[in-house]
Design a protein around this ligand. Structure first.
Ligand SMILES: [Zn+2]
Length: 113
C-alpha cells in the first residue's frame, strides 16, 4: 500500500489535469431579462405582453455590494457560458487542491522526527 503522501501527491496531479484553460475564465453569472420598448401599440409590450427578448446580461460582483451588469450580444452568449463554466471549474478544482495541500502539510508534520 502506498503511503499517504504518495497518494495525496498523485491525487493533486490528477486534480491539476482537471484545471480548465485559465486564459478563458470569466467571473459572474448570466441573467436573462425581458425589455419593454414603450412604443404605443407594440404587440410584445402592451397589455399583458411579456416584452422583447430575452436579452442576456453578465452580472459581475465587484465586492462591497457593487454589481456590474453587462449586456451580452447573443452571438457571444455561448462563449460567455463556456467561460463562466471554466471559472466555476477552476474554483472547484482550486479548492480541492488547497484541501489536498492542507492534508499533505499535516501528513508531513506527522512524519517529522
Ligand atoms: Zn415593445
Amino acid at each position: 500500500m502506498k503511503d499517504r503522501v504518495t497518494q495525496l501527491t498523485a491525487l493533486r496531479k490528477q486534480l491539476l489535469q482537471q484545471m480548465p484553460d485559465l486564459s478563458s475564465v470569466l467571473p459572474g453569472s448570466l441573467l436573462s431579462r425581458m425589455v419593454r420598448c414603450n412604443k404605443p401599440g407594440c404587440r410584445f409590450c402592451e397589455k399583458k405582453g411579456k416584452g422583447h427578448g430575452p436579452i442576456w446580461i453578465l452580472s459581475v460582483s465587484l465586492g462591497s455590494r457593487q454589481v456590474r451588469q453587462i449586456p451580452v450580444p447573443s452571438e457571444l452568449k455561448k462563449e460567455v457560458e463556456e467561460n463562466l463554466r471554466a471559472f466555476a471549474q477552476m474554483q472547484k478544482v482550486l479548492k480541492q487542491i488547497a484541501q489536498v495541500n492542507l492534508e499533505l502539510f499535516r501528513e508531513r508534520k506527522r512524519q517529522q522526527p
